[in-house]
Design a binder for this molecule. Structure first.
Ligand code: IYR
Length: 219
């Protein structure tokens, strides 16, 4: 396809206004936390759709947008997902995960029980498409994990912007999601993200984020 360019413009910030905006945004993002206990309060499908459409504005290799977002609100299907995830997680916590990993997780207080898979009003299950299938013909995608990771970051940001909470969950292995959700062969599960309102009086682990000098190197 031939390259075609269109004008691009956006509001530019300078000086003090730019500085204040960068501080405001950092302070807002600093309040985002992964939450593991959800209220059963519903959220509208329109809100979920808009959050996902915001996620899908992420950049992707050759603009292939190699993602599929599956939204599960059906109680019976959420229950099936919980049963299958807990079966895998039980095995992981009782033998599959090495002691170092279990030690690294201990301060989060996680275990194989996953009630949030039923409590959260919606589960967004993100699939990555290692290739596209057009009339049974394989079409390459590029930088698929990077692209889908970026879209998930945008998704978490949109959820936070809307005042909702989420968990970045990775039941391992996640293959059971392909059959439960009847996905085509070119889609592989990437992340399972419950979304909703936090449970009343929810608590989160007392974690610290790394200091500036531990994460930025200047040249
Ligand atoms: N998938 C497990 C274990 C787990 C792994 C990591 I790395 C975490 O940051 C948190 C949990 C679970 O969801 O409990």
């Amino acid at each position: 396809m031939e390259a075609k360019f269109i004008p691009y413009s956006k509001k530019l910030l300078k000086g003090e206004e730019l500085k204040l905006e960068s501080i405001r945004h950092y302070q807002f993002m600093e309040t985002r936390r992964s939450v593991r206990e959800f209220s059963k309060e519903q959220i509208s499908m329109e809100v979920i759709d808009n959050i996902i459409m915001a996620a899908s504005t992420a950049p992707s290799g050759a603009n292939k947008q190699p993602w599929m977002f599956c939204v599960v609100t059906d109680a019976e299907l959420k229950s099936k997902i919980r049963v299958a995830a807990e079966k895998e997680e039980y095995e992981s916590y009782n033998g599959r995960m090495p002691q170092e990993w279990l030690n690294d997780l201990s301060y989060l207080g996680t275990d194989w029980h996953k009630p949030f898979l039923e409590d959260a009003p919606a589960l967004i299950i993100v699939f990555k498409k290692s290739y596209d299938l057009e009339n049974d013909i394989k079409k390459n995608n590029y930088y698929v994990s990077e692209s889908v990771g970026l879209a998930c970051g945008f998704l978490l940001q949109a959820i936070h912007q809307c005042g909702l909470v989420a968990l970045t969950h990775t039941p391992s292995p996640m293959n059971f999601l392909c059959s439960l959700l009847n996905r085509p062969v070119n889609e592989k599960p990437f992340l399972l993200i419950p979304i909703g309102y936090p449970a009343v009086d929810v608590k989160v682990p007392d974690i610290k984020r790394k200091e500036k000098n531990a994460i930025i190197t200047y040249y």
